[in-house]
Design a protein around this ligand. Structure first.
Ligand code: ASP
Ligand code: CP
Length: 330
């Protein structure tokens, strides 16, 4: 009988003593939001709530003492990289930071599978950001330790979508039946690909506002439509802003364009500011995965509806929950 690397990993000799082997998501990869249903989302968010409470009360505690995270980033990051570091350290664990692969053996030509096989000798979990779609799944094929996808090209950014959903629940008090308007680069923006899929579990109405060049990919729309979700596409925001509960703004992903002129043509297509937001409800929120490069004017930052900085903080609690779960401590 031929055993795959994955089936070997699932056998007990590889599972460290003292971990909760029957815990949901123990030893699992987090590659796509397709892995989640409403029940396990509720479970993750309940743990994130506890993490938030613990950070507030004690700051740092020893749940993951002795565990090591490898943070492997082939693309720039501020939030994802540093929030995973903070999450691990607040849980008492430690981090191998490879935030600039230029200084690692990747620059000598080492392949992703070999880099992964190296890091898992030294770490218990690997967080990977990579410019190629499918790279996290590829890494997971070779790894015996959990891989967490921190953004794979234009594919997905599942932990961002989890923190986005957690933000919406925390800010608006519920997730069901919301009208969510996604604005900007829906073609290359991986965060909206993940978020649209997750929201389809909650009967959301989804509006997509983008230039023609940057429309939501058909495969994402078809998947979401399969869940019976109402979706509509627009070029301008004015028609849908008044009904919007969540306005999710995105950056035009300059690094994904092969033609610089095409980028020039669509950059700056939308700028949210206080004047535009007069047409929106008072009990709605504006989110952005960040970084922003002009899509939201700083004059809106003090508006209570501007949730994008709070959103970043929620990410810490969600990532603490995910690390505790995949390492068998939650
Ligand atoms: N930080 C997010 C990502 O890595 C969004 C962005 O970069 O615009 O996908
Ligand atoms: N939201 C997000 O992924 O931010 P970074 O690119 O800074 O990690």
């Amino acid at each position: 009988m031929v055993l795959s690397i994955r089936s070997l990993r699932d056998q007990s000799p590889y599972l460290p003593l003292g971990d909760k082997h029957d815990a949901p998501f123990y030893g699992k990869d987090i590659l796509s939001v397709r892995q989640f249903d409403r029940d396990n989302l509720a479970y993750i968010f309940a743990i994130a709530d506890e993490m938030q409470e613990m950070v507030r009360r004690v700051g740092t505690f020893d749940l993951l003492k002795g565990k090591i995270l490898a943070n492997l980033f082939y693309e720039p990051s501020t939030r994802t990289s540093s929030s995973f570091t903070s999450a691990m350290e607040r849980l008492g664990g430690s981090v191998i930071p490879i935030n600039e692969v230029r200084y690692s053996s990747v620059s000598k030509g080492e392949s992703l599978p070999d880099t992964i096989r190296t890091l898992e000798c030294y770490a218990d979990v690997i967080v990977l950001r990579h410019p190629e779609t499918g790279s996290a799944a590829l890494a997971a094929k070779y790894a015996r330790k959990p891989i967490i996808n921190a953004g794979d090209g234009t594919g997905e950014h599942p932990t961002q979508a989890l923190l986005d959903l957690y933000t919406i629940a925390a800010e608006l008090g519920h997730l069901d039946g919301l009208t969510v308007t996604m604005l900007g680069d829906l073609k290359y923006g991986r965060t909206v690909h993940s978020l649209a899929r997750l929201l389809s579990l909650f009967g959301a109405k989804l509006n997509y506002v983008s230039p023609d060049l940057l429309r939501m990919p058909v495969e994402v729309m078809e998947e979401v439509a399969g869940k019976g979700i109402l979706q509509a596409e627009y070029n301008t925001l004015d028609e849908v802003l008044p009904e919007t509960d969540v306005l999710y703004v995105t950056r035009v992903q300059k690094e994904r364009f092969t033609d610089p002129e095409a980028y020039e043509a669509v950059k700056g297509s939308y700028v949210i500011d206080s004047a535009i937001m007069e047409a929106a409800k008072q009990d709605m929120i504006v989110m952005h995965p960040l970084p922003r490069v002009g899509e939201i004017s700083m004059d809106f930052d003090d508006d209570p509806r501007a949730a994008y900085f709070r959103q970043m903080e929620y990410g810490l609690y969600v990532r603490m929950a995910l690390l505790a779960m995949v390492l068998g401590k939650a």
